[in-house]
Design a protein around this ligand. Structure first.
Ligand code: AMP
Ligand code: MG
Length: 333
C-alpha cells in the first residue's frame, strides 16, 4: 500500500480517505491512533489486519462532540455523565452498553462499546472533517509499544495504511484510562492519566479491576490479557529504595556492560551501558517509557534494567505498562 505522510495542513484529504473506508494514523494526547470508519465493517477489518491485532480485542470509537455519544451508547448513567463533564475531552475512555447502530466487529462481539472524546486538536479535526466516528486502536503493530512520535509509527505501519499525519501531541505517552460505566459499579479496567484517585474524588466507590492487581487473574479489558508493549529487548524491573536499586543495577552492569538502563531521576552509571532517563516524576516516566523502549531496540540492546519506584497516581499506569513490557520480571531490592 502507498502510504502518504502529511501534516495537519492537509488533513482534509486524509479525512475524505477515512470516510471512503481508508486508514489514517493521527496524533492524540495519549499515543498515535490508527483510525478508520467505525460504522464500516470493512474499515474495521482493515485496522485489525494492518496491526495484526487479535479480532477478540475491541476498538475504541472516537467522537468530537458529546452529542455523538447517542449514536453509540444505549444509555448514559449519571455517574458516566459526571466523568464526562470532568474529563472529556481528554484521556478517558468509557465503556457503555452499545446501541444497535454499532456493528459487532468494532466491539469484537461484546454488547458494550468503548468511547473516547480526545482533546488533541488534530484528532478532533480529523473526526469532524471525516463526517463519521473513528474507530482507532493505538498505531503500533500488535504487541509492540504504542507509538508516541511519528518515526515510531513509520517503523511499524509504513506501507500498511493510507495516511500518517505527522503532528504534535502524545504529551501523556500512555494509552487512555478505560473505565467501565455500563453496570452499577464503576471499574477502572486500564489505568491511565485520569487516575483512580481523580475518579474517586467524584465517585468514591470506584475501584480498580481486580485483574490488574492480581497477576494470576484475567483482566476484564480484553486487550490487557495479551503480552503488550514489549520491546524486542528483555526488560527487568528493579524496584525498592533508590540507592539500593542503583547499586543492584551497577553490579549487574559490572558483569555485563552491554545492557540498557532506563534510569529514573537522572541516576548515572559507569561502564558502557546505554542509559536513557525516564524523567523526574511519573508523568515524565509515562511520557518517555514507550519511546525509550523503542530506542533501546534501535540500539540492538538485548537486556534493559528499568529503575522503578512504587508511587500512586500516574505511577499506577506506568507500573501496569512497565510490568507488562517486562513480562512481570521484577526484582525487589
Ligand atoms: P488500544 O486501542 O490499543 O488503546 O486498546 C483499547 C483497549 O480498550 C483494549 O485494551 C481493549 O481491550 C479495550 N476495550 C475496547 N472496547 C472494550 C469494551 N467494550 N470492554 C472492555 N474493554 C474494551
Ligand atoms: Mg494498543
Amino acid at each position: 500500500m502507498n502510504t502518504k505522510i502529511i501534516t495537519a495542513e492537509n488533513i482534509t484529504e486524509a479525512a475524505l480517505c477515512l470516510k471512503a473506508g481508508g486508514m489514517v494514523v493521527f496524533p492524540t494526547e495519549t499515543v498515535y491512533g490508527l483510525g478508520g470508519d467505525a460504522f464500516s465493517d470493512d474499515a474495521v477489518d482493515k485496522i485489525y489486519a494492518a496491526k495484526g491485532r487479535p479480532s477478540d480485542n475491541p476498538l475504541i470509537v472516537h467522537i468530537c462532540d458529546i452529542s455523538q455519544l447517542s449514536l453509540l451508547a444505549s444509555s448514559v448513567s449519571p455517574k458516566a455523565a459526571l466523568l464526562m463533564e470532568h474529563f472529556w475531552p481528554g484521556p478517558l475512555t468509557l465503556i457503555f452498553d452499545k446501541s444497535p447502530n454499532v456493528g459487532g466487529k468494532v466491539t469484537a462481539g461484546l454488547d458494550t462499546v468503548a468511547v473516547r472524546f480526545p482533546s488533541n486538536e488534530t484528532a478532533q479535526r480529523l473526526i469532524a472533517e471525516s463526517g463519521t466516528l473513528v474507530a482507532a486502536p493505538s498505531a503500533n503493530l500488535s504487541g509492540s509499544p504504542s507509538p508516541t512520535v511519528c518515526s515510531d509509527v513509520i517503523d511499524d505501519l509504513y506501507g500498511r495504511v493510507d495516511y500518517i499525519i505527522d503532528g504534535t501531541g502524545c504529551e501523556i505517552g500512555l494509552e487512555s484510562t478505560v473505565v467501565d460505566v455500563s453496570g452499577d459499579r464503576t471499574v477502572v479496567l486500564r489505568p491511565g492519566a485520569v487516575t483512580l484517585e481523580m475518579i474517586q474524588k467524584l465517585i468514591p466507590d470506584a475501584e480498580l479491576d481486580a485483574g490488574l492487581i492480581d497477576a494470576d487473574s484475567v483482566p476484564k479489558c480484553p486487550g490487557l490479557k495479551y503480552t503488550h508493549y514489549s520491546p524486542k529487548a528483555e526488560v527487568i524491573v528493579v524496584q525498592g529504595d533508590s540507592e539500593r536499586v542503583r547499586a543492584y543495577i551497577q553490579s549487574q552492569l559490572d558483569d555485563n556492560p552491554a545492557c540498557g538502563v532506563l534510569s529514573y531521576k537522572g541516576s548515572t552509571y559507569s561502564g558502557g551501558a546505554i542509559v536513557l532517563d525516564a524523567g523526574d516524576c511519573m508523568e515524565q516516566y509515562a511520557h518517555n517509557l514507550f519511546s525509550h523502549l523503542r530506542t533501546f531496540d534501535r540500539h540492538g540492546v538485548a537486556l534493559v534494567y528499568a529503575e522503578f519506584a512504587l508511587e500512586g497516581g500516574m505511577g499506577t499506569a506506568v507500573r501496569n505498562r512497565l510490568y507488562k513490557a517486562a513480562g512481570h520480571h521484577i526484582i525487589e531490592v
